[in-house]
Design a protein around this ligand. Structure first.
Ligand code: MRU
Length: 334
């Protein structure tokens, strides 16, 4: 089954509520910018490339019902942009998508065409991301012959508008008949690996083995892993990568075990204004996600918690980057 995580249908944005998976597959209808912001902040919609498309739709949703004059509509475009961009700070795609839609809208001189341009751009970004994922999948699969591949978090159809980035590479290799065995790290604290990646594998009929995050060293030492492939939320100019918390630990472990460590991402995840990982803003989330994110206390309710949603992997740990343009290393020449 092809999973469609975002779609413009019947004048609404339709997305999968990812917080309900794997228990329930529920589609949400989003009609206002406030609903979209809530969905982004609660991770009903998540994953960097998907956030790129969502960010662009945010600009349209922010203006579509307004009856203001052209001057006010342009202000509303700017205010919607500011709201979208501050919804989550780390994935640069969110800003990238919102910026594209804002610029498309700002190039127009009539209210109807401002609204249309923002919507058209959001739809275009969605279709474009689908194609980028296909190319990333093919380019990455060329690096794979067979063996164990460890991935982290969720980088599949749920995180993108297509087959995924790192996940798209696994899926492409699998479809090409390569004998790979996928290992998915569960990804504490919100279990995107367990809830989403394992679910996607099952939907597609691609076998996968779920491990808890603290098993990574052991499976590498046992020589079950031949490649690690992860996604990214922001790639700095020097190649440092922000991705889901736990990625850095995997990169260090991979280096220790001489396992190639690849990052798969579209160009929309590269931030050339950001010189290095130190400059990437890292989102910190509610401590209750760690104390018991799924309705049951798993720690004392008042224990002190540190809950960064992402970490930075320095570029020295990354074998290469898999993009829609091919395999790259810094300094990037796109
Ligand atoms: O907090 P999330 O679930 O949005 O984090 C997602 C990730 O870290 C993904 O690995 C990243 O966005 C790449 S998705 C193709």
């Amino acid at each position: 089954m092809q999973i469609k995580s975002i779609e413009w249908a019947d004048d609404s944005l339709v997305v999968i509520d990812q917080t309900q998976l794997p228990e329930k597959l529920i589609y949400l209808k989003i009609d206002t910018l406030d609903q979209l912001l809530e969905a982004i902040q609660k991770l009903k919609i998540r994953g960097a490339p998907l956030l790129g498309a969502a960010g662009a739709f945010g600009i349209y949703l922010g203006i579509r019902n307004s009856r203001a004059d052209i001057y006010e509509i342009n202000n509303l475009v700017r205010r919607s942009y500011d709201k979208v961009v501050s919804a989550r700070p780390t994935a640069v795609n969110l800003k990238w998508g919102a910026e594209q839609a804002k610029e498309a809208a700002q190039n127009q001189v009539e209210i109807a065409s401002i609204k249309k341009a923002a919507l058209d751009k959001a739809i275009e970004i969605t279709l474009d991301d689908f194609r980028r994922c296909e190319s990333i999948g093919k380019n990455g699969s060329d690096l794979i012959t067979e063996g164990g591949i460890l991935t982290h978090c969720n980088t599949g159809a749920l995180a993108t508008c297509g087959i995924g980035t790192a996940f798209g590479v696994l899926w492409t290799a699998h479809r090409q008949g390569k004998k790979i065995s996928v290992f998915a790290g569960e990804t504490r604290p919100l279990l995107q690996g367990a809830r989403l990646t394992a679910w996607e594998c099952q939907q597609l009929g691609m076998p996968c083995t779920l491990i808890t995050d603290n098993m990574a060293g052991m499976v590498m030492r046992k020589k079950l892993i031949h490649i690690v492939i992860v996604g990214a939320d922001r790639i700095a100019k020097n190649g440092d990568v922000a991705n889901k918390i736990g990625t850095y630990s995997l990169a260090v472990l991979a280096k220790q075990h001489q396992i190639p460590f690849y990052v798969a991402a579209p160009l929309s995840t590269f931030d050339f204004h950001c010189p290095d990982g130190e400059s990437i803003p890292i989102e910190e989330r509610d401590p209750d996600e760690v104390r018991g994110g799924f309705g049951k206390l798993t720690a004392p309710k008042d224990v002190n918690v540190f809950n960064p949603a992402f970490d930075v992997t320095p570029h020295e740990y990354i074998t290469a980057f898999i993009t829609e343009k091919g395999i790259s290393k810094p300094p990037f020449q796109f």
